[in-house]
Write a protein that binds this ligand. Structure first.
Ligand SMILES: N=c1c2ncn([C@@H]3O[C@H](COP(=O)(O)OP(=O)(O)OP(=O)(O)O)[C@@H](O)[C@H]3O)c2ncn1[C@@H]1O[C@H](COP(=O)(O)O)[C@@H](O)[C@H]1O
Length: 122
């Protein structure tokens, strides 16, 4: 099995853990979070984002880069639970990144400001 497909495979597992699909909170971490509802997994996303920042700052001070990989994996994983809850898939995110491909963040920001000024009739 290729690692390329892991997001899709994981998304399928997360989907199977939804209460409507018989996910058992006693046996599955994902089912437990989905059963508890948005506050539970959104809180985890906040925690993992903070831990990602802390791990990156540790790398700046000579720390282990592996820790940063672990924290980003936790962040992606918990974000996938949120995506599934809201009826979205990793493909939606990948497609959005593909849509943005080649469009500089600076150009996009400038374009957004022009559009905002037009909207306000300036
Ligand atoms: N990729 C993951 C994965 N990454 C992280 N985690 C869990 O996410 C939690 C991360 O929380 P923390 O690091 O804050 O650790 P903690 O103190 O144990 O967490 P809390 O008690 O605060 O919830 C840990 O319990 C990890 O085991 C994951 N749990 C599951 N998966 C995948 O999801 C699949 C389904 O899992 P189950 O639903 O549990 O069968 C698994 O087969 C894996 O592929």
């Amino acid at each position: 099995m290729s690692n390329q497909d892991i997001l899709d495979r994981l998304a399928a597992v997360v989907e199977s853990r939804k209460p409507a699909n018989g996910g058992d909170p006693e046996k599955s971490y994902v089912a437990r979070l989905l059963h508890k509802g948005p506050d539970a997994f959104l809180k985890k996303i906040g925690e993992e984002a903070t831990e990602t920042v802390m791990a990156a700052k540790d790398v700046d001070h000579g720390g282990d880069k592996t820790k940063l990989v672990y924290e980003v994996a936790d962040l992606w994983f918990h974000s996938m639970i949120a995506l599934a809850h809201y009826g979205l898939t990793p493909a939606d995110v990948v497609n959005e990144l593909a849509r943005r491909e080649g469009l500089s963040g600076l150009e996009e920001k400038a374009l957004r400001k022009v559009q905002e000024r037009e909207r306000l009739g300036e």
